[in-house]
Design a protein. Structure first.
Length: 342
């Protein structure tokens, strides 16, 4: 594997890790808002218990993603910064609002509900804006003859953009409901588990429909990447199998209380599904970062700089990965934290 392919694999790895963790984080904020008045199920308590230790960790990956772009592909950083100026500014503004209001909602009891509502709503808008980077990078909404200008009117009147937006929202709610179902079951909060399991079974098929809608609109607006993705149709079908496994796992009885479902199996199966689908999309997108002007070769850093940066990434991974594993093992297995009442 050449240096440039290693670099883009690292970058895409950061994109995928942040996408999965962030969707679970943003979705948990929405569920916390939705069930804030449902004290019987304790669904909001479960969502808040998940949000409390994880939202800070999730935000570190977006920093790593930005650093990776500037260190590995500095030649593409200017183009990305220019094209994504407006959506990127909106994303940063909403992230700042959500983070601030999330903190205040835990300390300002008198304003907890309105702060939670704002946190939940922004938690759905952010994934939709973040995924807008993908249709933008496909090229049809950029005027390269006028200094790489993003045509916002064309973008926000495009069915392709709204297909991506809908997919981001559906995936956010689906992944987060699966994880919260697993978390509820581990916490022995079975009423909350039933709620999140039901939500996952409703929203899961919607996310698949939105994925098909993306492919339908892509065929018309970015046929170059659609045709390349069809070359890996077998992998896409295998990824769809992951969704079917997740659906089946939610119906299997697993414990003495008669609770149906194996949500942890469903989380793993759906994550596997997204890994395969993202591989097909990323592979079809190569060698372009922004089609058709910016490629991974034209944006790549100096080879000597890459070697130094790559060594630092390896060292950082060796240091941080055991810490993340330990954090998640405590988070999902500490019985005192899992079963706290408030």
């Amino acid at each position: 594997m050449t240096q440039v392919l290693i670099a883009i694999t690292i970058l895409w790895g950061f994109v995928f890790i942040y996408a999965v963790m962030a969707t679970m984080d943003f979705g948990a904020g929405f569920w916390s808002m939705l069930y804030i008045n449902h004290d019987k199920t304790k669904a909001t308590n479960i969502a808040n218990r998940y949000l409390s230790p994880t939202w800070e960790v999730t935000n570190t990956f977006i920093v790593a993603l930005v650093v990776a772009v500037y260190s590995l592909f500095p030649g593409a950083a200017y183009s990305l910064g220019t094209v994504l100026l407006v959506p990127g500014s909106l994303i940063l503004l909403l992230l700042a609002i959500r983070s601030a209001f999330l903190v205040f909602s835990h300390v300002a009891d008198d304003y907890r509900k309105p702060l939670t509502y704002i946190t939940g709503i922004t938690g759905l808008l952010i994934p939709g804006l973040l995924i807008s980077v993908l249709p933008i990078s496909q090229g049809p909404y950029i005027d390269f003859e006028d200094g790489q200008t993003l045509q916002l009117g064309k973008l926000f009147t495009s069915p392709h953009e709204y297909a991506f937006f809908g997919f981001a929202v559906a995936s956010t709610l689906f992944l987060s409901s699966l994880l919260l179902a697993d978390y509820s079951k581990a916490s022995k909060e079975y009423e909350a588990y039933k709620v999140y399991r039901r939500d996952a079974m409703i929203i899961g098929p919607i996310s698949v429909v939105m994925a098909f809608l993306i492919m339908f609109t892509m065929k018309n607006e970015a046929s170059w990447i659609y045709e390349r993705m069809m070359e890996d149709l077998t992998i896409l079908l295998i990824s769809l199998l992951g969704f079917l496994v997740a659906g089946a796992a939610l119906f299997l009885p697993t414990n003495k209380e008669g609770m149906k479902g194996m949500p942890r199996v469903a989380v793993v199966a759906v994550t596997f599904q997204y890994v395969l689908a993202s591989y097909v999309y990323g592979n079809a997108h190569l060698p372009y970062i922004i089609y058709p002007e910016v490629t991974i070769q034209s944006g790549f850093t100096d080879p000597n700089s890459f070697r130094a940066v790559f060594i630092m990434y390896i060292v950082g991974f060796i240091i941080l990965f055991p810490g993340f594993v330990y954090f998640w093992s405590l988070f999902m297995n500490d019985k005192r934290y899992l079963r706290q009442k408030s």
